[in-house]
Design a protein around this ligand. Structure first.
Ligand code: ADP
Ligand code: MG
Length: 323
């Protein structure tokens, strides 16, 4: 069982940033309005995510760390509204690290705690906590030393964690996010009123977000694209500032990146990248966001339609600005 979870961990948990992604998504699924992430050693020695969401009742704590136990499965696999649904993340993390979950529901009058240490589950014990959940992960990959060797160093892992939190935060402007690390990676994103994505994008990107960005709002056969893209003179040497969302999920997808590059093909050299915050919304049945357990890739029923929409909309915006 520990072995199976470690194999699953190899798929889902590539690096500390993958743990942060899974834990933050769980907090969002629990309806959290405030999410606090604390890390040390680039997340390899410590990741702690605290939320004020619905919590886990004491009898369910043991289930939360059991393989394929999820409280989120709906009848329709195409209509997944929650971010998680596989019931794989917590047991996977617990098989390769020291994990503890402390939680309290609104109805519960006390908190409870459970731990998994390299796959060994401890008994549930009483604890003290406010409503919500704190998940703490220490010594990531201590149980799989081969994996530990692949880590790029604390700085790089901390940067990847910051990037993950920023990408998710843009999709949830009404949630307050804080990130504090032992290094300089701190982030404070107060909740944005009226669910204003653009205001959150500006918070997240700061001066990296061009105030002369071009607005995008286009639709083709029920697929809608909104957001902002930079003019060609405002570009970067890497694509880190290309934020793309499909039905509210941050994605890093080759087709979408290629479409953005294609839109700028005539006005940008290949080694320069536009800054983008683009939101694609379409019928859930027309897209599979679950190609890979880490869920950053997507598969469209009609890739040509999506590509055409993106290229067309960005080119129209550039043309409208006389570019
Ligand atoms: P999944 O998210 O795919 O359901 P996970 O392994 O990530 O699987 O989590 C297992 C279960 O633990 C979830 O279905 C949920 O019921 C519970 N859970 C995990 N994290 C939290 C949290 N922060 N708040 C409330 N419940 C949580
Ligand atoms: Mg999950």
């Amino acid at each position: 069982e520990t072995m199976i979870n470690q194999i699953a961990a190899g798929e889902v948990i590539e690096r500390p940033a993958s743990v942060v992604k899974e834990l933050v998504e769980n907090a969002l699924d629990a309806g959290a309005r405030r999410i606090e992430v604390v890390t040390a050693g680039g997340g390899l020695s410590l990741i702690r995510v605290t939320d004020d969401g619905g919590g886990i009742a004491e009898p369910e704590l043991a289930l939360a760390v059991a393989r394929h136990c999820t409280s989120k499965l709906s009848d329709d696999i195409h209509d997944i509204r929650s971010l998680g649904f596989r019931g794989e993340a917590l047991p996977s993390i617990g098989s390769v690290a020291r994990l503890s979950i402390r939680s309290r529901t609104a109805a519960g009058d006390s908190a409870a705690e459970i731990g998994i240490d390299g796959g060994h589950v401890s008994a549930v014990r009483p604890a003290a906590a406010n409503r919500g959940t704190t998940v703490e992960v220490r010594d990531l990959f201590f149980a799989t030393p081969a994996r530990l060797k692949f880590m790029k160093g604390e700085r790089a892992e901390a940067t990847a964690i910051t990037d993950v939190v920023k990408r998710i935060a843009v999709a949830f402007p009404a949630v307050r996010f804080t990130l504090a690390g032992s290094d300089r990676s701190t982030l404070e994103l107060p909740a944005v009123t009226e669910n204003d994505r653009l205001a959150r994008v500006a918070q997240v990107m700061g001066a990296e977000f061009p105030d002369n960005a071009l607005a995008i709002d286009a639709e083709r056969e029920g697929v809608r694209l909104t957001g902002h893209v930079s003019i060609p003179s405002f570009t970067r040497a890497n694509a880190l500032l290309q934020y793309v969302y499909v039905n509210g999920r941050p994605v890093r997808d080759r087709l979408l990146a290629g479409a953005i590059r294609g839109a700028y093909a005539d006005v940008l050299p290949r080694d320069r990248h536009a800054v983008t915050a683009l939101f694609l919304e379409l019928e859930p049945a027309l897209v599979d966001v679950n190609v890979h357990p880490a869920k950053a890739d997507v598969r469209f029923r009609d890739p040509g339609l999506v590509r055409g929409l993106i290229v067309g909309a960005i080119r129209a915006a550039l043309a409208g600005a006389g570019i």
